[in-house]
Structures are given as C-alpha cells and as structure tokens.
Ligand binder design. Structure first.
Ligand SMILES: [Zn+2]
Length: 156
C-alpha cells in the first residue's frame, strides 16, 4: 500500500482499462483539500481529469477512476459548485474593496472589477468545480466495494 495515496496494488491494476483499487478514501477534509486544489479526490494526482484547462478526460489520468461515477447529472453539481465559488470570489473581493477604501468607495471601478470577476470567474473555477464536486460527491455517496476495487462505471 502506498503511503501517499493509500492505494492497494492489484492484478487488475495491470489492465489498461481497470482503475486502481483503494482500501478506503481519505477523510472529508482531505477530500475537500484535494478538490479545492484541482487534484483528483481519489488519488490526489495533480492532473486529475484534465488534459487542459477546459478539456476533461473520462477518468483520472493516474488512478483511472471516472469522475461521473454513474451519475447522469454530475455536471449539474459541478456547475453549482462553480456558481458558489464564483459568488464567493465576488463577495470576498467586494468586502475587501469596501473595507480597504471606506468611506470613499470607488463605485465605478468596483463595478468594473466585480463585473470582470463575474465574467471570468466561471472559467477560472471550471476545473476546480469538477474536482470539488467530486470530493463532495464521494463524501455524500460513499463508494461501494466494487467502485473501490476499480470496477465502477467510469463513463456510463
Ligand atoms: Zn485519481
């Protein structure tokens, strides 16, 4: 068993299509940290499901676990995570700008900056929204023995 990932070597690992087996997943906070840093929640690999900023693969490039996990509406959760992350970014930027410039808040400049964040935020958070939602999904829908063993349904 690997110290870093907690994964278990299996015979199935040698097959190209099979995913790496795990004994268990890390704690919720570790899953969340991996998701927020755009790493695969399963194995912690930095490339995770992405071969580019917007280009998703069906499975993690290292452990080969699928991000969809048999859920047709996985993207809906990722989109919700993206919206929440973008709104939080806007809220924090707004609070910091108002606190720093109080009482002479530059309204026009603030509208331009916040508008820019509203437009760029979804693109900036795109990959993180998938890994973050995967973390939450793994915590809410714990993988069964088959999925842990790498026999899950990667891409429906
Ligand atoms: Zn992985």
């Amino acid at each position: 068993m690997s110290e870093r990932t907690g994964r278990v070597e299996t015979a199935a690992e040698s097959a190209d299509s099979a995913a790496i087996a795990f004994e268990s997943l890390p704690s919720f906070w570790s899953l969340l940290a991996r998701g927020l840093t755009r790493r695969c929640p399963w194995c912690g690999d930095r490339k995770a499901y992405f071969s580019g900023w917007f280009r998703r693969e069906k499975t993690c490039q290292f452990c080969r676990h699928g991000w969809r996990r048999g859920d047709h509406a996985f993207e809906l959760g990722a989109t919700t995570a993206n919206i929440i992350l973008t709104f939080l970014t806007i809220l924090v930027a707004l609070l910091v700008a108002v606190i720093v410039t109080w009482p002479d808040v530059p309204t026009t400049g603030l509208i331009v900056i916040i508008g820019g964040l509203a437009i760029a935020g979804p693109a900036l958070w795109y990959p993180v929204s998938f890994t973050l939602w995967q973390s939450v999904d793994l915590f809410m829908r714990r993988p069964d023995a088959d999925e842990l063993a790498g026999r899950g349904d990667a891409d429906l």
